[in-house]
Write a new protein. Structure first.
Length: 612
């Protein structure tokens, strides 16, 4: 009930905001109409400024009332608001990651949601305070005060005592009296009319400039204090009467609504009980007039009675009732006011199945002492079927007892045979136990043999792996011995060794050109000149060092090989450029050392697009 009351007051506040939205253009239209068409002398600029200011205030009231209506729907307060705020922020960040700058198009909507969440958090934080400046009651106070001040300012700039705008103060006073009570409405009535009187007296005393409503040819009502005081008295009486009537009518309406809610709740409970009973009771019933016309009815669970019987004669709708003399029974029930039973009324359903109904007729009088008959119907087909089934079962039971006596005699012979079979089965069970023990022993021996075979298999695999390793090592050593023996045969012929190294390097590395040069001069400087002046080696292998002798400095100074990846350009074949792309030519100079002394150099050359 508290929430319903708050919702009702919130609706009144929303109505006041809507009324203010309607009144703002009407006030501005009144000013334009009075000054432009009717020739009134007050200025339109203050009226326009006041309407704009009132519109700005009404924007805030609209937003605040909307936030209060959303606050009524909150169930968990801060927790749900924080969860919603985090969801909005996470959604915006996710859109920023996925959509990029397009996510900023949704920034205004996200900003509105974030602002609404923060505002609701503030409302929830102030909810438990004794004085809540943003509560619904204080918002009503604020709106009434803003309306009265706005109307007073409108009166000030549209002629004061001559202005007809003061009559609009009745609207906020009615709202104050209806929502806030008669006492607060009385206070606002006195303050509003007192402000009007003070304004008129200040203008009469020439302490404030008088803004006339009409021209000087019609006189000036502001010069008459009696007019101001009489207006004040009449205005105060009107405002007090409006506040009292609004409060009184609201109290009457609240009382009526309270009693109506009680009646609706009682009716709702009765209807719930009635629907529950109707749903779980399978019998059908009919409320009939003495002539048999159906006033109200409920179908049975099996829907044997046809639908849409309201207003029809049940004797015509169900011919089986007329065949069983239901018309005479109805008259007897109405005249004697006694219960009547009708057994075994056979009815054919819409599916074509036959059912036997049991009916009861009860006399009923309504509030105006008019006679009615309540016809209760119950499907007795299942009960009768069960009775017949029980009789049949009894007969079958008697026959079964006779058969049982015969079977008892035969069972004695079968019992003797059973004892002999049990003795034989015991003997076989002992044999089965003995054989089971032997099978277990065999299984244990088989498990041990399997484990032994697995261990031997693993050992054989290890031996095979060792043999394979030894075979590979022997093959490798055999190859080294063959190479060593061939080198020993040709050690006295350096030219033969050199040509053999060149040939095998060319075959092994798939090279285009190879050359092995053995130095004959021990100094390093003369070795450089010797390799550059050599005429034995192909000129292609020495074209790079002859153009740039510094290429071979790492070979002689550090004893490390030099590998050059070069690209031959067709337009200037003599120039060579270093390239990091696909290699078209690869040249390598590999030093041959004996200890720290360089005794020779292998030169390798290859053409081709593949990497080397």
């Amino acid at each position: 009930m508290e929430q319903r009351s708050g919702l009702r007051e919130l609706q009144i506040v929303q109505s006041l905001v809507t009324l203010r939205w309607v009144g703002i253009p009407m006030l501005l239209g009144f000013g334009v109409l009075a000054t432009q068409l009717l020739g009134m002398t007050f200025q339109i600029a203050p009226v326009y400024f006041l309407t704009c200011l009132l519109a700005l205030m009404n924007v805030y009231f609209t937003i605040h009332v909307a936030m209060l209506s959303r606050q009524l729907m909150l169930h968990r307060g801060h927790a749900s608001l924080k969860r919603f705020l985090m969801a909005v922020l996470n959604g915006f960040l996710l859109n920023l990651k996925t959509k990029g700058p397009r996510a900023f198009f949704a920034l205004p909507l996200s900003s509105i949601r974030i602002f609404s969440s923060f505002y609701l958090l503030v409302l929830e934080a102030l909810k438990g305070l004794r004085f809540n400046p943003l509560s619904l009651e204080n918002v009503i106070h604020t709106q009434v005060i803003v309306d009265l001040l706005s109307i007073t300012l409108f009166v000030r700039y549209t002629g004061s005592a001559e202005s007809p705008v003061m009559i609009l103060a009745v609207v906020p006073i009615i709202v104050a009296g209806a929502v806030l009570g008669f006492q607060k409405g009385l206070v606002y009535s006195v303050l509003s009319s007192g402000g009007y009187l003070i304004l008129c007296l200040l203008i009469n005393a020439k302490l404030m400039t008088h803004v006339k409503f009409y021209g000087p040819q019609f006189g000036d009502l502001s010069l008459s204090p009696g007019w101001s005081i009489s207006n004040f008295l009449m205005l105060m009486m009107a405002l007090l009467a409006s506040s009292y009537l609004a409060h009184h009518l609201t109290s009457v309406f609240k009382e009526r609504i309270f009693y109506l809610n009680q009646l609706l709740e009682l009716n709702r409970r009765d209807s719930l009980a009635y629907s529950g009973v109707s749903q779980f009771v399978g019998n059908g019933w009919f409320l009939l007039t003495p002539e048999g016309v159906v006033v109200k009815y409920k179908q049975d669970r099996l829907c044997l009675i046809p639908e849409n019987l309201s207003g029809k004669n049940i004797l015509d709708a169900i011919p089986a009732f007329r065949q069983h003399g239901m018309a005479y029974i109805l008259q007897a029930v109405v005249s004697n006011q006694k219960l009547k039973n009708v057994e075994r009324v056979r009815i054919i359903s819409s599916e074509g199945t036959s059912h036997i109904m049991s009916c009861k007729l009860l006399p009923i009088l309504d509030s105006e002492k008019r006679p009615f008959v309540l016809l209760l119907t119950e499907d007795a087909s299942e009960i009768l079927y069960l009775k017949d089934l029980i009789e049949e079962l009894k007969n079958n039971l008697d026959v079964a007892k006779i058969e049982l006596g015969k079977v008892t005699v035969d069972s004695k012979d079968a019992n003797n045979q059973l004892l002999k079979s049990l003795q034989l089965s015991n003997d076989r069970a002992l044999e089965i136990d003995y054989l089971s023990q032997k099978i277990k022993a065999i299984n244990v021996a088989k498990t041990q043999s399997d484990a032994l075979s697995d261990a031997m298999t693993q050992e054989l695999e290890k031996v095979k792996f060792a043999n394979d390793s030894l075979r590979e090592e022997l093959q490798y050593k055999q190859m080294i011995l063959e190479e060593t023996s061939e080198l020993l045969k040709n050690t006295h012929q350096l030219e033969v060794v050199s040509s053999m190294s060149e040939r095998r390097s060319k075959t092994l590395f798939k090279l285009d050109n190879t050359c092995l040069h053995l130095f004959r001069s021990p100094p390093t400087a003369s070795k450089m000149l010797e390799i550059l002046d050599s005429q034995k080696e192909p000129s292609k292998l020495l074209d790079l060092p002859r153009k740039n002798p510094k290429v071979l400095e790492p070979v002689f100074s550090e004893g490390r090989p030099v590998v050059i990846r070069a690209e031959v350009r067709p337009d200037s074949a003599a120039s060579v450029a270093i390239s990091n792309g696909n290699c078209h030519r690869l040249v390598a100079y590999v030093p041959i050392r004996s200890g720290n002394e360089i005794i020779g150099m292998m030169m390798l050359d290859r053409y081709g697009p593949e990497n080397n």
